[in-house]
Ligand binder design. Structure first.
Ligand code: ADP
Length: 371
């Protein structure tokens, strides 16, 4: 919480001077505190927080310089700004001595009221900003702690997915298959169908767990963006998908692709998911996939165009949601595009899809330039 008023400490051994200062500085957002000696000032400073100290130099007993020196010695008072008020020496030596013990400014008596007000206002404002910054910092620290907790949760969820959930699922599917085999010939069609459905559902769940694992791994992945040759990543992915490409008769081509600052593993995952989808959601013709690259003032826009079944307008945003799918006829888990979205966002970019009424989709994503 930032306090509504900030405190200014005025130190002078002459009570009338303090009254004059108080008169000049009175303001609803300021709390003015008086001290008649260096000792009293130090005691007050240890008890409460001040935005500024107006410190008379010539005082009997402990003078302003000595008071300032003692302030510098204590952690809690070290950084309170001091404006020295002096009637005497205007020499450079005196000023240097003041700066040495922590003065940030000087006011010479008789004090010019406007100058006093201006200087005090600057320090009060500075203090207010400082308090705001501290509050923001504290909020940031709390948010960072919460984030660390979430990352730790995510890691343990991932551990659960990759081991604790995968293992029993493997048993369910494996033993169901063994059971079905051992009963072969003795089952009626309906019961055999039930066995097949258990196995298919288990396998589907396994794929979902694998995809979820990939997605969570990606969320926790390190963010390094070296200069990456996009064309090489493209060729690597085409190579990996060689089987699907050949069996579907697909043609996957590209413009000349740039070298850009991107994470090569994430870029490959984006291409891999988009190409696999373009082949899977094909229309009547052989799939044709083409990658474009357009330089923009803020980075690169990459497009992956296909001649597939297209995506209805109402589904064009939600396909990027986790487990969101348009139809259930083709196999899939609905994780691929969510993964692409995360990977693009890791680069600070965005992804969207455009699709015409007669089919064909183009997925665009941006990779912002970085220093
Ligand atoms: P999955 O492919 O496992 O279903 P995705 O997240 O990759 O999951 O895709 C979500 C949905 O978006 C798909 O189920 C499909 O309906 C639609 N989709 C994705 N890519 C294409 C595409 N190139 N053409 C037509 N529909 C697509």
């Amino acid at each position: 919480m930032i306090p509504s008023s900030v405190s200014v400490l005025m130190v002078d051994d002459v009570p009338d001077n303090l009254l004059v200062l108080e008169e000049l500085l009175r303001h609803p957002g300021r709390r003015l505190v008086r001290a008649g000696s260096g000792n009293e000032a130090l005691r007050l400073m240890l008890k409460q927080e001040f935005a500024l100290v107006l410190l008379d130099v010539q005082m009997p007993g402990m003078d302003g310089y000595e008071t300032a020196e003692l302030m510098r010695g204590a952690e809690s008072t070290r950084s309170i700004p001091i404006i020295f008020m002096t009637a005497g020496d205007r020499s450079d030596e005196a000023a240097f001595r003041g700066y040495d013990v922590g003065a940030v400014d000087f006011l010479y008596k008789p004090i010019n009221p406007q100058l006093l007000l201006n200087k005090v206002e600057v320090f009060v404002e500075l203090h207010r900003r400082n308090l705001e910054l501290c509050a923001l910092n504290a909020a940031l620290e709390r948010a960072t702690d919460a984030l660390h907790e979430k990352v730790a949760d995510l890691e343990s969820v991932n551990q659960t997915i990759s081991h604790d959930l995968r293992a029993p699922l493997r048993s369910i599917v494996g033993f169901t298959e063994i059971l079905a085999e051992s009963l072969e010939g003795r089952l009626d069609d309906e019961t055999a169908g039930h066995f097949r459905r258990i196995v298919a559902a288990g396998e589907r769940m396994g794929r979902m767990l694998d995809d979820l694992y990939r997605l969570l791994r990606l969320s926790a992945a390190e963010q390094v963006f070296p200069p990456t040759e996009c064309g090489a990543v493209f060729r690597g992915v085409v190579d990996d998908l060689r089987g699907d490409i050949e069996s579907s008769g697909a043609e996957v081509t590209s413009d000349a692709l740039p070298t850009l600052r991107a994470n090569p593993v994430l870029l490959a995952q984006i291409f891999q998911n988009l190409f696999a989808n373009a082949i899977k959601f094909r229309g009547g013709e052989h799939p044709r996939v083409h990658v474009t690259a357009e330089a923009q003032p803020s980075g690169w826009q990459i497009g992956v165009r296909d001649n597939g079944i297209g995506i209805p307008p109402a589904a064009r945003e939600r396909v990027f949601g986790l487990f969101d799918r348009v139809g259930e006829t083709l196999p899939g888990t609905g994780v691929g595009l969510a993964l692409c979205k995360r990977a693009v966002e890791k680069h600070g970019g965005r992804i969207w899809v455009e699709s015409g009424p007669s089919g064909g989709s183009t997925f665009y994503f941006t990779i912002p330039a970085r220093e």
